[in-house]
Ligand binder design. Structure first.
Ligand code: GUN
Length: 294
């Protein structure tokens, strides 16, 4: 069996075009344009790359973006003060504080300082808390987990009653993805570093989401034949033949798993573009919420 390859890049392009269309309408009808503020603290090179990509994507769909860079040694008060300033700025509909933050900063307090109506990353404790509770609706759902669910829907996943296994329990991906799968009525297992006999758990999965940050960890014999596999991993591995000296691989051993799975996302070109598309959708929604309150 050879898996259907889920083209995240194509799905994301379609979503971006839809956002661009909605932005155009908003500008024409109301004379306002959505705005996203991106806050970067410190020098983490991957974070700088991600923020650059997010801002470029904003530009391409007509969303204004405002970049704020603070030094590695910025104080808690400085970061929170910036967040409060952005909360009060009517041009800013969404506030994104790129994670991880330098370790001396209190991430929870900074995320809690964001106005929940501008919390386009969905990491505010109230938004995450609502996601964890039955019958509550978060205003925003984190972008990568939202992209994962979207791709599963595209691949025709039957969520109801399915065994869904999430590898990894991070705040940004694993945990919110597991919560979204519970909302979809799947039977969810979270696998992590202390799990005994991981392959015996993953082999039961109809839906398998890998988000652990370990290159090619998921092997062909970890996967149930026909399963839908979503690979969130983005790992740099040395490759002297590549221009940059490295290449990107996922948490899934693509060549092995494509022979077993029913559908599989590639890295790159799977979940990555969806994260950005979902951030744009969340920012548009934040602008719509602000407009409705005027
Ligand atoms: N770091 C890794 N992924 C994300 C994300 O989706 N949002 C933010 N703010 N930081 C991240």
């Amino acid at each position: 069996m050879t898996a259907t390859i889920i083209d995240g890049k194509a799905v994301a392009a379609r979503l971006r075009a839809e956002v661009a269309e909605e932005v155009k309408k908003m500008v024409a009808e109301h004379g306002v344009r959505p705005g996203l503020a991106a806050v970067l603290v410190g020098e983490n090179p991957a974070s700088h790359t991600y923020v650059r990509m997010k801002r470029k994507a904003c530009d391409e769909v007509g969303i204004d973006s405002y970049g704020y860079e603070l030094p590695e040694n910025a104080s808690q008060e400085e970061v929170e003060e910036l967040v409060r300033k952005l909360n009060a700025d009517p041009k800013v509909n969404g506030i994104l504080v790129q994670l991880p933050l330098p370790s001396h900063l209190n991430e929870e307090a900074i995320l809690a300082a964001i106005d929940i109506e501008k919390d386009v990353d969905g990491f505010h404790p109230i938004n995450i808390g609502r996601l964890a509770m039955k019958g509550r609706e978060p205003l925003f759902v984190p972008a990568t987990p939202k992209g994962v669910i979207y791709l599963l829907e595209e691949a025709g996943a039957q969520f109801e009653g399915a065994n869904a296994v999430v590898l990894g329990r991070s705040n940004i991906v694993g945990m919110p993805t597991a919560l979204l799968l519970v909302h979809k009525n799947s039977t969810v297992t979270i696998v992590h570093s202390r799990t005994r006999d991981i392959p015996s758990v993953t082999r039961e999965a109809d839906i398998l989401v890998a988000a652990v940050g370990r290159p090619k960890m998921v092997k062909g014999d970890w996967v149930k034949p026909g399963a839908i596999v979503i690979d969130v991993g983005v790992n740099r591995v040395d490759d002297p033949t590549a221009k940059k000296g490295y290449r990107l691989v996922g948490d899934v051993d693509f060549d092995e798993v494509k022979e077993v799975a029913g559908a599989l996302t590639p890295v790159p070109g799977g979940v990555g573009p969806m994260t950005i598309a979902m951030l744009l959708k969340n920012t548009l929604r934040a602008a719509q919420i602000a407009l409705a309150k005027k």
